[in-house]
Each structure stands twice: as structure tokens, then as C-alpha cells.
Ligand binder design. Structure first.
Ligand SMILES: Nc1ncnc2c1ncn2[C@@H]1O[C@H](COP(=O)(O)OP(=O)(O)O)[C@@H](O)[C@H]1O
Ligand SMILES: [Mg+2]
Length: 377
């Protein structure tokens, strides 16, 4: 069952889909795993995949589809294949082609790009800006939504303005004095300290006293020049997938993440195999479910996050809801939370990919229909 009315048969002839993966990010490997999963699931009748890999230095390569598919399904072992060929891709190029650095054409007419990159340079609007300049439709939020969604401080300000509940917080910049007394009076202990722009719980620490707070602040400043100090919310961690463009967004089944560590830390996410369990659907009341689903859509509308996003919440014992954060390009392997939530809602992994591609085309067409001239009478 598709949550959209448009038919999958409305696609033009076979689409050439660029799968953009890897990247200069802490989540390089999970991106490669997601790219492999997506490529495996793409219908051969409808799509012609072109794998575009970015290495950890930021260099771009064309990767043979069969070489991507042969990579191990293990985040600790997966790397870009040796057979990769360096490429360049230039804005303003009408043929939407990729070439070798010496100018030899390698492939043209890329119809659409599925960027499955995470964190800085992938999920923060910079890549989306490049894709916009290339004038190729792409999956996931646009430049603005991605940039806003990445910065936890800006995000919280916009959500607060839309009356969406966020935890109390204070922002601190690296060159400011640390107002310990003020922070303690406003937020109490424990608090969470986190970089404004990061992900995967990198730089996130829980502090229970002033000494730990000082240490956590120094640690968070290693990753960003702007950090957040937040009150600690005790509750379930609930995640909701949102799919669709502005005006037609749908919310998925909800899932719960149950960390076995003190919180959902980097270790719990990636190092300890038993670091967290998940429950789909989340075992919460139908009223809380409905409220969170509505709120997730409102979050995406407020932050201009079209296409897809996963919105993460806290639900306290007395059913208070707080939004924690938004992930604009969430993990996308077959077993990642976002596809799993949609699968439970009745949308299979291949149908979810079809829908995302269609949404990208729909948004691109709409944007192209706008005038770029002054006197358009
Ligand atoms: N204010 C908070 N109260 C309670 N737990 C928190 C709070 N902020 C973060 N956490 C815990 O830290 C984890 C990582 O923080 P999060 O803001 O989601 O960063 P990231 O973008 O790196 O995932 C959360 O999943 C949660 O377990
Ligand atoms: Mg998180």
C-alpha cells in the first residue's frame, strides 16, 4: 500500500539514478551499507543505478555497481572498492554527465540522485546546494531544510517559535565565559552537553555535577564552536518517519529505541552490539502515538524538511512529549529504523525508494515551474 495517489507507472522510461554515498563523515561506512541496500532493492526494469562514491578525503569516484554489491555487509570492514575511478561533475552541464578529471565522458543523463550521506558535508545542506546547482532532482530535504535540521540550536529556536515542545537549553560559544551558576539555576543536574552540529552522539555527554559539566563542555567544543547544554529529559526515546513534500506529508508507525547504556551514546549505537534494542510499534498509548505523529509532520513543515526525515522524541511517564532532534537523511539499510517504520506502516523497502524518487521529481518539477525573470507577464 502506497501512502500516495500517484502511480509508480507515471515514471518516464528507465531512470538513471545516481546513488551518492560514502563521504567525509563519521558515518561513512553506514552510508556505504545503505547505498548497497538501496542499489540491491532498485528494480532493474525501472532503474539504471550509477554509483557515485566519495572517499573520506572528499574525492569523488564512479563505482561499478557489481563492485558495490560485492562489498561486505559489515560496517567494520566496508570501504570504497579499489576499482573506483575518479570523476568530476560540473554545475551548468546540460547533459548532467560525469567525466574523468581529464575530461573523458564517463556517463551522461543522470535523471535523479539519491544522496545517502550523513552528517557534515552530506546532510547539512552543502551537498544539497551542489545538487541544486547541478539541476538534478534529489531525494530528501533541500538546502535550507538540511542546514536548519543539522543545527540543533537553530532547530530548537524555530520549533519553539512554532509552539512545538523542546527541552530547556542554553547555547554556548567557544569564546564565551561559561556561566556555571546561571546554567545550574536554569537547568539543574544532570544536563546533556552536545555540539550544535554533529551526529551519531559524537561529542554528546551527560554531566551530573560541575566538574563533569566543565569536562563535557571542553569535550563538546572539540567538535563544534557552538554547543548546547540541555536539561535532562527522562523518558522513552520514540522515533517517527515522515515522508512527503510540504502539503502532503505522512507519518509512519512509531518505534522505540531502548539503549542498554546510560543513554544512546556512540558506543551504544556503533560499538556495543547489544547497545540498544528497538520496539516497533512503540508500546505507548494510542493518544501519545497520534500526538507524536501529528507533531512529527508539523516539525518537518516548520523546518522545511521535504522528502524524508526521521523525527526523534522523548515521551515522559506522564506523557509529556518533547522533540529531541530531526535527522534529514537517516540510516537507510534494510534494517535501519526509517525503512523499518515504513515497512510496518505497509510500505515495503522498494516501494519506499520508488516513493522517495517520485517525491524528488515532483518537487524539482514544481520548482522549475517558477519564474526566474522579473517581468513575467
Ligand atoms: N536532553 C536530553 N535528555 C535526555 N537524553 C538526552 C538529551 N539529549 C540527548 N540525549 C541522549 O543522547 C542521545 C544523543 O543525542 P542527540 O541529541 O540525539 O544527538 P545525535 O544527533 O548525535 O544523535 C539521545 O539519543 C539520548 O539518548
Ligand atoms: Mg539522535
Amino acid at each position: 500500500m502506497l501512502p500516495y495517489d500517484f502511480s509508480l507507472n507515471t515514471m518516464p522510461q528507465k531512470l538513471r539514478v545516481g546513488i551518492l554515498c560514502g563521504g567525509k563523515s563519521a558515518e561513512h561506512e553506514i552510508s556505504l551499507l545503505s547505498a548497497k541496500s538501496i542499489t540491491q532493492a532498485l528494480s532493474k526494469q525501472k532503474y539504471d543505478p550509477v554509483i557515485l562514491g566519495i572517499d573520506t578525503q572528499g574525492k569523488w569516484y564512479r563505482i561499478d555497481t557489481k563492485d558495490l554489491l560485492a562489498l561486505p555487509n559489515d560496517a567494520k570492514k566496508i570501504t570504497l572498492p579499489e576499482t573506483k575511478k575518479e570523476i568530476v561533475i560540473i554545475p551548468g552541464n546540460e547533459k548532467k554527465s560525469i567525466s574523468s578529471p581529464s575530461g573523458d565522458l564517463m556517463c551522461d543523463n543522470i535523471d535523479i540522485i539519491f544522496p545517502i550521506l550523513h552528517g557534515t558535508n552530506g546532510e547539512d545542506g552543502s551537498m544539497q546546494g551542489l545538487l541544486q546547482l547541478l539541476d538534478i532532482p534529489f531525494v530528501g530535504p533541500n538546502t535550507l531544510g538540511s542546514a536548519v535540521g543539522m543545527d540543533k540550536d537553530i532547530c530548537k529556536r524555530l520549533l519553539r517559535d512554532s509552539k512545538i515542545p523542546v527541552s530547556k537549553w542554553q547555547t554556548l560559544r567557544i569564546d564565551e565565559n561559561i556561566p556555571y551558576r546561571e546554567l545550574e539555576n536554569y537547568l539543574g543536574y544532570p544536563v546533556f552537553v552536545k555540539p550544535a552540529n554533529a551526529g551519531s552522539s559524537v561529542g554528546v555527554r551527560k554531566a551530573k555535577n560541575r566538574a563533569e559539566l566543565a569536562e563535557s563542555i571542553s569535550h563538546a567544543f572539540l567538535f563544534d564552536h557552538k554547543i548546547l547544554i540541555e536539561e535532562c529529559i527522562i523518558g522513552k526515546e520514540i522515533e517517527c518517519g515522515v515522508l512527503g513534500n510540504i502539503g502532503n506529508m505522512k507519518a509512519s508507525t512509531l518505534g522505540e529505541v531502548i539503549p542498554t547504556h546510560e543513554f544512546y551514546s556512540y558506543e551504544a549505537k556503533y560499538i556495543d552490539e547489544n547497545g540498544a534494542g528497538t520496539e516497533i510499534p512503540a508500546n505507548i498509548s494510542s493518544q501519545a502515538t497520534e500526538t507524536i505523529q501529528k507533531m512529527a509532520i508539523k516539525v518537518c513543515q516548520t523546518l522545511e524538511c521535504e522528502g524524508m526525515s526521521r523525527v526523534d522524541f522523548f515521551l515522559t511517564k506522564d506523557e509529556q512529549i518533547y522533540i529531541n532532534e530531526i535527522n534529514t537523511l537517516p540510516g537507510f539499510t534494510k534494517i535501519s529504523m526509517y525503512p523499518k517504520l515504513w515497512e510496518h506502516a505497509g510500505l515495503s523497502y522498494p516501494d519506499l525508494i520508488d516513493t522517495l524518487l517520485l517525491l524528488a521529481i515532483e518537487r524539482h518539477k514544481k520548482k522549475k515551474s517558477l519564474s526566474t525573470k522579473m517581468n513575467n507577464s
